[in-house]
Ligand binder design. Sequence first.
Ligand SMILES: Cc1cc2nc3c(=O)[nH]c(=O)nc-3n(C[C@H](O)[C@H](O)[C@H](O)COP(=O)(O)OP(=O)(O)OC[C@H]3O[C@@H](n4cnc5c(N)ncnc54)[C@H](O)[C@@H]3O)c2cc1C
Length: 327
Amino acid sequence: MPEIFVLAEHRQGQLRDITFEMMTKGRELAQKTGSELVAVLFGKDVKAHAKALAEHANKVLLVEDARMENFNSDAYQKAITQLIGERKPLLTLIGHTSYGLDLAPSLAVSLEMPLATDCIDIGFENETLTVTRQMYGGKVNVTSSLRKAQSYVATVRQAAFQVKSEAPLNGQIIEVPSPLSEETAGKRFVQYVPPPPGGVDIAAAPVLVGVGRGIKDVSNIPVVEELAKTLGGVLACSRPIVDKGWLPTDRQVGSSGKTVKPKLYLALGISGAFQHILGMKASDLIIAVNKDPKAPIFGVADYGVVDDLFKIVGPLKNKTQEIKGHK
Ligand SMILES: Cc1cc2nc3c(=O)[nH]c(=O)nc-3n(C[C@H](O)[C@H](O)[C@H](O)COP(=O)(O)OP(=O)(O)OC[C@H]3O[C@@H](n4cnc5c(N)ncnc54)[C@H](O)[C@@H]3O)c2cc1C
């Protein structure tokens, strides 16, 4: 039976969200092409990850080797080259992340496989891979077919696919001996550098108040920060706010910032460029305030207020305080 590989990504002991996003898409593709979905997992002491992946896959290929405890594109490439050579999967999905950007092009060149990067959708038509990618800063979606091949590689944009809760597959975990024979010479993992202490982790906050260029001036930041605190959350922002130096980089939401999934995302004066939406569209509840009724942010918002944000911020803060009994 043909197979579709998903290369699992993990860091600091956690499987990353992109892995499950790819598993969801991989499962759909496997059903359409009559293939088996196979999670490929490299690491050290990662049996618990293998079990978690087995829920979503028909098989898990597990290679345990201390040299792959942390991502190393040299070691990963050797290991996955062997598996692709042996099993000839129809497609190998890799995250369009710092890991995938390092690994996928080199892998595709060495195995002479067609590669599509940064895909936001993937399908098969007449046994050839079709992919949807964005052009002109996201203004145009382009769907293209790749040349006919036995095996393809595609990197998948983070948050492009929403994880679905589906019946568990309880796949078989197959332990594969490590193909690494000598020290991986080219690259070596040195250390993981966590975000600076004292920085705010917006990805962990249950409530985010996102501010955009509609905030007009840095002097207005404290007012919205107070609202965020009253709501039990923290401030996040669009990229121009970081570019202006009004908030630090760790507050930026979007494709070149963080992906967030708070219970509430309140977007104030944010237009909703796709780069921003990518980072927050999976939030449980999105409320947007924007003067422009045609602002794209309303396309993803559960509730929208077409008005001046400065008319909303004060009353909302007061009402929240009142409800919480602070007044
Ligand atoms: C490679 C690349 C990566 C990028 N990565 C990111 C990213 O990670 N995150 C990100 O956010 N952007 C990113 N961008 C930038 C992105 O394309 C947009 O330019 C940006 O998101 C726009 O920010 P904004 O919504 O704050 O500003 P604008 O697009 O200028 O929107 C401001 C909005 O405020 C509204 N407004 C104005 N005054 C008021 C008021 N008083 N009350 C209510 N509403 C008001 C306006 O109607 C408008 O809709 C990236 C761009 C590129 C090219």
